[in-house]
Ligand binder design. Structure first.
Ligand SMILES: Cc1cc2nc3c(=O)[nH]c(=O)nc-3n(C[C@H](O)[C@H](O)[C@H](O)COP(=O)(O)O)c2cc1C
Length: 326
């Protein structure tokens, strides 16, 4: 592992491991890193794109944004203030972000709490306890999204909730009929997957009485009567504008929200189907007032233990150094 910012190779590996613990659609882990002594470039791994599920690579950028948030956190936890340039252009061709040294900075309590949450955060597709999320916790999640130039819309109105439920169900039905989308999911799940979503992380098998249509990652059948909680907290993570730059902000917001939730003892799972079907995403946008760009839908509550999903080896994430620059 090359030296970066004066960190030891083990420390650099630790920072990259933290970055790679981020969530990604179907656990594709679509990120790669190029190390220089004075900067780290974050690149998309386009071989891991999902052309049927995510044709515009918007969710790939969300995942890379989440990895970038973790990268920032990993550096902060080692006393380094990261200076981030999003979409650096000719400065680092093809990169989604470049992180430079911004000086020393003492590690604060918030950083300590968030970095401790990184290995504990998991997508939790199992039923949650029947306990409401306190208002103060909701506010903390909304603030977490705001800190990353994004917005977390909390669905409280019954009619709005029913509308969202309908959009999730319709998107789920449409995607289930699309063989290319089904094939992408199948390729990343099941007992043979090495770095996708293993059965132990798949939650419980969907049943007709389910209020919210969670994706079926070859989950095990549920214990009879073990149904989903009746009233999870439903939120829509939004950006203020459309486009790659805002996707990267939203991805960082996503990770700050998820890690903040973890520090509060909360679990989350995704219901991103309606944001993946263009005309339903448009309807969701209209339902939110027309000014916000919906990026993903999160179900939040108090969950039970779920195992961690696998990650690629850090060495597989490294891009060769460029010959022209150090
Ligand atoms: C943009 C985005 C969309 C996602 N959409 C879904 C989804 O619709 N359903 C789901 O169960 N998980 C979804 N996930 C969660 C991933 O499957 C999960 O992050 C991945 O399997 C890694 O597991 P982990 O989050 O436990 O680390 C999504 C993740 C991201 C970043």
């Amino acid at each position: 592992m090359d030296e970066v910012f004066g960190l030891t190779p083990d420390e650099v590996e630790g920072v990259l491991r933290t970055a790679a613990a981020a969530p990604s659609v179907h656990n594709t882990q679509p990120w790669r890193f190029r190390l220089h002594h004075d900067r780290i470039e974050l690149h998309p791994d386009l071989e891991r794109a999902l052309p049927a599920t995510d044709p515009d690579q918007r969710e790939l950028r969300l995942a890379c944004g989440a990895a970038l948030f973790n990268l920032r956190l990993g550096l902060r936890a080692r006393g380094i203030r990261p200076l981030v340039t999003l979409l650096p252009g000719a400065d680092a061709p093809g990169a989604l972000a470049v992180v430079r040294w911004g000086g020393h900075r003492d590690v604060d309590d918030e950083t300590r709490a968030l970095i401790r949450a990184v290995p504990r955060r998991r997508s939790n597709r199992k039923p949650f306890h029947h306990a409401p999320v306190p208002v103060a916790h909701r506010h903390a999640l909304v603030r977490a999204a705001e800190r990353e130039r994004s917005w977390l819309h909390v669905v409280t109105d019954r009619a709005e909730r029913a509308h969202l439920q309908g959009l999730v169900a319709e998107a789920h039905r449409l995607q289930a009929r699309d063989p290319a989308i089904r094939a992408e999911l199948t390729a990343r799940t099941g007992p043979r997957t090495t770095d996708g979503i293993p059965p132990a992380s798949a939650g419980i098998r969907p049943e007709p009485q389910d209020e919210w249509a969670l994706r079926d990652f070859h989950a095990t059948p549920r214990t009879p009567g073990k149904d989903y909680e009746p009233d999870p907290l439903l939120t829509v993570l939004c950006s203020f504008h459309d486009g790659p730059l805002h996707d990267l902000h939203a991805g960082q917001a996503l990770q700050r929200v998820l890690l903040t939730a973890t520090t509060l003892g909360l679990s989350a799972s995704f219901l991103s189907q309606p944001t993946e079907v263009p005309h339903l995403r448009h309807r969701l946008r209209r339902a939110l007032g027309g000014h916000l760009t919906p990026q993903t839908v999160l179900r939040i509550g108090y969950g039970t233990h779920v195992p961690a999903t696998p990650r690629r080896d850090v060495t597989d994430l490294l891009l060769e150094p460029c010959s022209s620059r150090s």
